[in-house]
Design a protein around this ligand. Structure first.
Ligand SMILES: C[S@@+](CC[C@H](N)C(=O)[O-])C[C@H]1O[C@@H](n2cnc3c(N)ncnc32)[C@H](O)[C@@H]1O
Length: 411
């Protein structure tokens, strides 16, 4: 029979504590070496049971698997931290947590409440940045993980408490929550394995997000990247952050930290680029397709700053409802990928295929915006004997379904 959630949580806490003992550390190290040798779960578990005992074998193998997954984002820390599957899935990127902590603490806040700490990613970043942290979670497994993880990293100025964030925020006054002058709130946006699109169904819900922003000016809240702009309260800066061409985080900065209306941030391997606007720049002007097509980074699109990039490039939109820009030259600009346009035609599969054949194009990368086509399917349909390649952009130009054939990206 399935265990009750509380019983299950108590058992997980017991297992985590056992893993934090010297015997547990030995079991974890053995599990890690079996994983590094590529052992499958069945044989690894039977060897672990024989070598470290049945009590430690399963939990050690479970954590070794999570550490293996965590290594790409957590680096060397992954081998010192404990995660469950759920808490690793909810964890943000440590590099972004560091960035958030630095900005949150810049005005001089010394103590920060991490409201919903899970495995402690934000708590760790805040404590490493020098803050005293009150880490809050109503989930006993999350509290244990945060306690064990901060201890493993030698971070001593962390207090982990059991409380409901809704109550703490309701009691916040004079810019203070849970005894702290600053706060990070990262609501759980999944329930039963499914993403909750409606902010009123997050935990804690949207009403707690806005109450915290109103009551504690030194606050940062992690929100869903798809958050409707209309939800962002007046005086609050909203920031969208992209890494490698995908949005990875969206943040709301409280009135004590807010520095602009919207911010798009692109975190690259060697540099961080930021684009800001103090007010809504509106829509960029629309014009005919010119020699170059520019695809804005998703952080620019989500933050509503396409018009700022267009002004910078002397570019226009190809359609008022589509975020593709066009201009006479390529862009030396981190905010867009530029493609040289060779042909523009109304969308017609037969004519498109014929054109590509005459150009000796046998392989295409398909991009689409404002079209229902399936890029992989169209790329297959356009495959041919030619050795050339092209980028095919299926979109709308001034309302008409169209195709822009572009030269492949070099490099
Ligand atoms: C998205 S996770 C936080 C992830 C964390 N910032 C990280 O990067 O690892 C949200 C956490 O909030 C906790 N939580 C949700 N609602 C809560 C509430 N009303 N009171 C206290 N904790 C809550 C959940 O148990 C969960 O651990």
């Amino acid at each position: 029979m399935d265990r009750q959630p509380e019983e299950q949580a108590a058992e997980t806490v017991r297992q985590l504590r056992a893993l934090a003992t010297p015997d547990g550390a030995a079991a974890l190290s053995r599990a890690a070496s079996l994983m590094a040798d590529g052992a499958d779960a069945v044989s690894a578990l039977s060897r672990l049971r024989a070598e470290v005992g049945t009590d430690l074998a399963g939990p050690a193998w479970g954590v070794a698997r999570q550490r293996h997954k965590a290594r790409a984002t957590f680096g060397a820390d992954a081998d010192r931290l404990l995660f469950t599957g759920d808490t690793l899935e909810q964890a943000g990127r440590p590099a972004l947590a560091d960035r958030r902590a630095a900005r949150l603490l810049a005005p001089g806040s010394e103590s920060v409440a991490d409201l919903g700490c899970a495995a402690g990613t934000d708590t760790i970043a805040l404590a490493r940045a020098g803050a005293r942290v009150v880490a809050v979670d109503r989930d006993p497994v999350a509290r244990e993980l945060t306690l064990l993880n901060t201890t493993a990293l030698g971070l001593t100025r962390v207090e982990v408490i059991d409380a409901d964030v809704v109550d703490l925020v309701a009691a916040a006054a004079d810019g203070v929550v849970a005894g702290c002058r600053a706060a990070v709130l990262d609501p759980a946006r999944r329930a039963g394995g499914r993403r909750q699109l409606d902010p009123d169904r997050w935990s804690p819900p949207w009403s707690t997000v806005t109450a915290l922003l109103d009551r504690v000016p030194a606050t940062v809240v992690k929100v869903a990247p798809g958050l409707d702009h209309d939800r962002v309260p007046a005086g609050i800066e909203a920031e969208w952050i992209s890494v490698g061409g995908s949005i990875v985080e969206a943040l709301l900065w409280g009135r004590g930290l807010s520095a602009t209306w919207r911010r798009a941030t692109l975190v690259g391997r060697d540099a961080v680029h930021e684009l800001t606007a103090d007010q809504d720049p509106g829509l960029a002007p629309t014009g005919p397709v010119r020699r170059w097509l520019h695809e804005p980074d998703p952080a620019v699109i989500r933050s509503g700053l396409v018009a700022c990039v267009a002004a910078d490039l002397g570019a226009t939109l190809i359609d008022p409802t589509i975020a593709y820009l066009t201009s006479d030259g390529p862009a030396a600009n981190p905010w867009v990928s530029s493609y040289r346009v060779t042909d523009v035609l109304p969308f017609n599969l037969k004519k498109l295929r014929a054109l590509l054949r005459t150009q000796g194009v046998g392989r295409v990368v398909v991009k689409k915006r404002g079209s229902p086509i399936e890029p992989e399917t169209l790329a297959r349909q356009l495959r041919g004997p030619g050795s050339g390649s092209a980028v095919v952009v299926v979109t709308r130009v001034a309302g008409a379904p169209s195709v822009l054939v572009c030269a492949p990206l070099s490099g």
